[in-house]
Design a binder for this molecule. Structure first.
Ligand SMILES: Nc1ncnc2c1ncn2[C@@H]1O[C@H](COP(=O)(O)OP(=O)(O)OP(=O)(O)O)[C@@H](O)[C@H]1O
Ligand SMILES: [Mg+2]
Length: 270
């Protein structure tokens, strides 16, 4: 089997393999595409927490993006955690040079435990520049709250916040509902003034490490293969749901999901 498309992932490494670059590579590969990477940071972590983070210099990040893409042009890009103003600016500059149209941004700001991962200056430039550059942003509820300075409790709040993000310049928005206190998971997609609501039963498990990274990489992969953004979100949400449901129960904390669950999904969608 030949890869269906080529994806460049700009994100941090998770030594435990459940999230970050590792989850991204597994997702892109499992869904049948070719993964390339620009690593922004190296973390030492396991399922119980993060031990340390070492940042990669913005210069090195730019080189990874530009040198890699010059040789093998990506069909789509997935962007994960960008931890500083310098890094965001460097990524913006490199994106302008390589000229790839399909870009999915997972604006990672808050860790599963609630810890803020990027400073206020970075949030400001992410909001004023980066969200305008990408095809889709996929904030979770705490991130959407920070970006719009509003509180989200209900589905209506999610819709309102998605509209605010579009008014700030986002082209398309997917607000992820994993943090809502509800038995039904809701992800809200807003495109060209049209709202779509994807609903799923909440799976009762603590093993949801890397759901957000996996989702945005799956969207980038489906989108790179020619699906619409809406269809890509729908298929990616199903993939993540299956992957949570068949998780391998590794580790003592928040364990990984099962990236290999894809085979069933692909059959279902063909
Ligand atoms: N317990 C669950 N059962 C079913 N689906 C879930 C569950 N938790 C999250 N999801 C789904 O997983 C996807 C990612 O959403 P979530 O809000 O968890 O992202 P996130 O907070 O960015 O994840 P991460 O913690 O990896 O950064 C969404 O499609 C959401 O609906
Ligand atoms: Mg996330």
């Amino acid at each position: 089997m030949k890869p269906k498309s080529k994806i460049l992932i700009i994100a941090g490494s998770d030594s435990s393999g459940g999230a970050g670059i590792q989850a991204d590579i597994k997702t892109v590969t499992a869904l049948g595409s070719y993964a390339m990477t620009a690593i922004t940071a190296v973390t030492s972590q396991n399922t119980t927490g993060v031990k340390s983070i070492s940042s990669i210099s913005s210069k090195e990040i730019s080189k990874q993006i530009e040198f890699t893409s010059k040789d093998i042009k990506p069909d789509a890009i997935k962007i994960g955690m960008l931890h500083s103003v310098e890094v965001i600016n460097a990524v913006l500059k490199s994106l302008n040079k390589i000229n790839v149209k399909k870009i999915i941004l997972d604006p990672v700001m808050v860790a599963k435990g609630g810890t803020k991962l990027i400073d206020n200056r970075s949030i400001k430039i992410l909001k004023s520049k980066l969200i305008k550059k990408v095809s889709l942003i996929t904030p979770n509820i705490p991130e959407a709250e920070i970006l719009t300075k509003t509180k989200i409790v209900t589905e209506d709040d999610m819709i309102r916040v998605a509209r605010i993000l579009v008014s700030l310049g986002a082209k398309n928005v997917l607000i992820k509902g994993g943090h809502l206190k509800s038995r039904i998971m809701r992800d809200i997609f807003l495109s060209k003034n049209k709202i779509s609501i994807f609903k799923n039963k909440k799976i009762n498990t603590k093993n949801t490490h890397g759901t957000g990274c996996t989702l945005s990489s799956a969207i980038a992969t489906y989108y790179s293969c020619g699906k619409t953004l809406k269809k890509s979100c729908e298929m990616a949400i199903k993939y993540v749901n299956h992957s949570i449901g068949t998780g391998p129960k590794y580790g003592k904390g928040h364990g990984p999901i099962n990236h290999l669950s894809t085979i069933n999904i692909n059959k279902k969608f063909r």
